[in-house]
Design a protein around this ligand. Sequence first.
Ligand SMILES: Nc1ncnc2c1ncn2[C@@H]1O[C@H](COP(=O)(O)OP(=O)(O)OP(=O)(O)O)[C@@H](O)[C@H]1O
Length: 222
Amino acid sequence: MASVLVWSRSAASRLFSVAAVKRMAPRPLVFCGPSGAGKSTLLKKLMADHPDRFGFSVSHTTRSPRSGEVDGREYHFIDTDTFTRQLQAGAFLETAMYSGNHYGTSYRALLDVLESGQWCILDIDVQGVQQLKQSKLLTSQYVPVYVFIFPPSIEHLKERLTSRQTDSAEAIALRLAKAEAEMAYGHQPGNFDLVVVNDDLEAAYAKLNDFLSPLLAESGDS
Ligand SMILES: Nc1ncnc2c1ncn2[C@@H]1O[C@H](COP(=O)(O)OP(=O)(O)OP(=O)(O)O)[C@@H](O)[C@H]1O
């Protein structure tokens, strides 16, 4: 009887520690939405409210480094042949092409952040989200949280992109053209765990934070 009790205690503590390990696992946080919807603005607030809980993975790109950019810090800068080889070897979780250059998030880059104990923010477009949803590693081991940020309207989006003053008129037109299809994907039920309309910034942030805070608490102190 005593030995059964001893076994039960150790079994219970084993079970408890397995549950604790599961509970502790940080998660990939996927942020999607049209350019100018306010993803970076909301992420900045989230990171300020939960210091040290989030990290960004370092992507690979075939574009040339800009002045001040350091290989391995802003991006891993690689040539097209290397990108193609790594892509064929299955190194990337998601890839995209912008302005004639390849970009990709490698499994390794994501795992580096998660294994350091931080949630990993993935600010990616709809194609990236679709690729991520195919990933067996993510669905079985690391379950992402998918968030979509909507602007109040296309008119607001245009106004925000224009007043941000970071893009040419041509680039803004391209971003707006892409926005409609992206928002249609965001509207489809089941594609995202949370959708937020970023109209009033404080209200939008409160909705995001109310949703994420309990999830963060599950994987450590928030
Ligand atoms: N709720 C809001 N009301 C008004 N302006 C906002 C709001 N949220 C963000 N903005 C402004 O809109 C502009 C676009 O926001 P932001 O750069 O965060 O968008 P983004 O989705 O990260 O875009 P991108 O994908 O191009 O990086 C910024 O100038 C930002 O200050």
